[in-house]
Ligand binder design. Structure first.
Ligand code: HGY
Ligand code: MN
Ligand code: MN
Length: 416
């Protein structure tokens, strides 16, 4: 596929086709599931590198499994604008979460390259490998590596099969010893700007193809384990049971009730496992996850503290052992005002009403905010649906977003 030469005409269909092609790299039949450092992640990384090179970029796999494409500046020694997003997915995912934010910048750079145009700064497009945190009990390892904030102790975390992150990296063809060296120097980076589907209904409700993100909600994630007493389903009277699943059910309802009572607070129990898991055995052990988010860090932390108390009271009353393990915590992050203004200006130049909106979803941009100013451009997605195979975008919106992003690139002032 080659882009039409007249500045991105046909780019939307080209971008969609590229992302739809990457969706073939899945660990599951008939579904899109691509987890960090899987063989399918490797195959997709190779396809991304091929597309980057065809667009006039150099492309490499870095020490932590990110794909890094680079389009040099007009002059050597110039600063770098980093863009990109993640190519790992949740289970049974939509195709555009993350992936659109890699394909769209590649299309814009292919257009610059077709015009032999170089900018007063270099551009790096990064396809991060670990944003969803599905395979390992950690996440953002790719973006944290580039930001220089990764905790190398996370290399010892293991997946469900007991494979350590370190071993998985070596198997993937990476050198974990090189991770520290991947950190970018602050003085060399102008900004990080990520293009991502909105994953919510606001742009669609406003009739807009794109919007400028103001901030990214903070999130805390926990693994919660309840230990009761497995027993015979037929012989143990109800008042003598220490049923871990009944306790978990009461806790899940309490979590939902607490979040629903407060504007802006969201809480989700996304995974729950029961042991021993037999029809005639009272559940002795349950583990479930909790993901809790809010626009303000104090609000989220207060809700976490209140819920910890509530769960402890339920466990005590039911005679259950309770363990709450923090898996992940990222504070809310504000986007840079100057970058937001530059995105708004590009949107306006493309004849679109500029709208600002917050992100309820987390993104690699949160990690990059430790390195440099960040901003995000949201793209409308059908029904606001995401983390679901029904996730969709239109070629028209992809093309509108590409025009805005290319306009932003051509006017971007790297000396923020
Ligand atoms: O969970 C999130 O917000 C992101 O999709 N990882
Ligand atoms: Mn996601
Ligand atoms: Mn995402």
């Amino acid at each position: 596929m080659t882009l039409a030469t007249d500045s991105l005409t046909g780019a939307g269909a080209w971008i969609k086709a590229m992302v739809d092609g990457w969706a073939d790299y899945s660990e599951e039949e008939e579904k899109l599931t691509r987890t960090f450092l899987s063989p399918q992640h490797k195959a997709c990384s190779e396809a991304v590198m091929k597309a980057m090179r065809a667009a006039g970029m150099t492309a490499r796999l870095d020490a932590v499994g990110n794909v890094v494409g680079r389009y040099e500046a007009a002059e050597p020694g110039a600063k770098t604008l980093i863009t990109g997003s993640h190519i790992d997915t949740v289970r049974d995912a939509g195709a555009y979460d993350g992936n659109l934010g890699v394909a769209l910048p590649i299309a814009c750079i292919a257009e610059l390259d077709s015009q032999n145009k170089r900018l007063p700064y270099a551009i790096e497009v990064v396809a991060f490998g670990d944003e969803e945190g599905v395979r390992f009990p950690t996440t953002l390892s790719g973006s944290r590596t580039i930001a220089g904030t990764i905790d190398l102790a996370t290399l010892s975390v293991t997946d469900a099969e007991g494979v350590s992150l370190r071993d998985a990296l070596v198997h993937f063809g990476c050198d974990p010893e090189g991770i520290a060296g991947e950190a970018r120097k602050r003085e060399e980076v102008a900004a990080f700007v990520e293009v991502h589907i909105e994953q919510g209904p606001v742009l669609e409700s406003e009739g807009l193809p794109v919007g400028t993100v103001t901030a990214i909600n903070g999130a805390s994630r926990f693994a919660i384990t309840l230990e009761g007493m497995a027993g015979h389903a037929g012989t143990v009277p109800m008042h003598l049971r220490r049923d871990a699943l009944a306790g978990a059910a009461e806790m899940v309802a309490a979590i939902e009730q607490r979040a629903a009572a407060e504007e802006g607070l969201v809480a989700t129990v996304g995974r729950l496992s029961v042991a021993p898991g037999a029809i005639n055995v009272i559940p002795g052990k349950v583990t479930f996850t909790l993901d809790i988010r809010a626009p303000e860090n104090d609000q989220r932390k207060a809700a976490v503290a209140a819920l910890k108390e509530k769960l402890a009271a339920i466990a005590k009353r039911r005679g259950l052992e309770l363990e709450i393990e923090l898996l992940y915590e990222e504070g809310a992050v504000a986007c840079d005002a100057r970058l937001m203004d530059q995105l708004d200006a590009a949107i306006a130049r493309q004849g679109i009403r500029a709208l600002r909106l917050p992100s309820g979803a987390g993104h690699d941009a949160m990690a990059l905010s430790a390195l440099c100013p960040i901003a995000m451009l949201f793209v409308r997605c059908g029904g606001g649906i995401s983390h679901n195979p029904l996730e969709s975008i239109t070629a028209e919106d992809a093309e509108a977003a590409a025009r805005v992003f290319l306009d932003f690139l051509e006017h971007f002032d790297p000396n923020l």
